[in-house]
Write a protein that binds this ligand. Structure first.
Ligand code: ZN
Length: 148
């Protein structure tokens, strides 16, 4: 029998969803301007394009296109996987418009500009209540049948 799942809490509320079924894909939480339609991540109460004061919360992604990336040969700050040696950081263009900077999942050979990425969550560490603190990150989408 598998160990019971610990509760997941976001490192900061309001930026992404945590599905109750962990097989489901999380979503980023953005805002769409009711006046001009511009979409933002993270959410904002006033539109940065037209200064409209009515914005609507919208789920974003979960897939996007890798615009650029780099690899940091230093442990991820605050992560319990401090032995991993490094981590990727990239900018992902979402179909709704925003370009999102995020941690990437995979080694330095895993990324190509223009590849499709999908949002997922990573457990960063445990908090004092025994809950697992999660961040969002993007992983390369590997379609069945191999790389494109
Ligand atoms: Zn606007």
């Amino acid at each position: 029998m598998a160990a019971p799942e610990r509760t997941w809490v976001p490192i900061e509320p309001g930026f992404f969803t945590i599905p109750s079924d962990r097989k489901e894909t999380p979503r980023l939480l953005g805002s769409r301007c009711a006046a001009c339609g511009e979409v933002f991540f993270p959410r904002r109460p006033i539109c940065a394009r037209c200064l409209g004061r009515e914005t609507v919360d919208v789920p974003l992604g979960p897939r996007g296109t890798l615009y650029t990336w780099t690899y940091t040969h230093f442990p991820l700050f605050g992560s319990r996987r401090a032995d991993a040696g490094g981590y990727g950081v990239g900018q992902v263009d979402l179909p709704e418009g925003p370009r999102v900077q995020a941690v990437l999942s995979g080694g330095p050979g895993a990324f190509r500009i223009g590849m499709e990425m999908e949002l997922e969550l990573e457990v960063l560490r445990e908090n004092s209540k025994g809950e697992e603190v999660v961040i969002f990150r993007f992983r390369p989408v590997v379609e069945p049948g191999g790389a494109k």
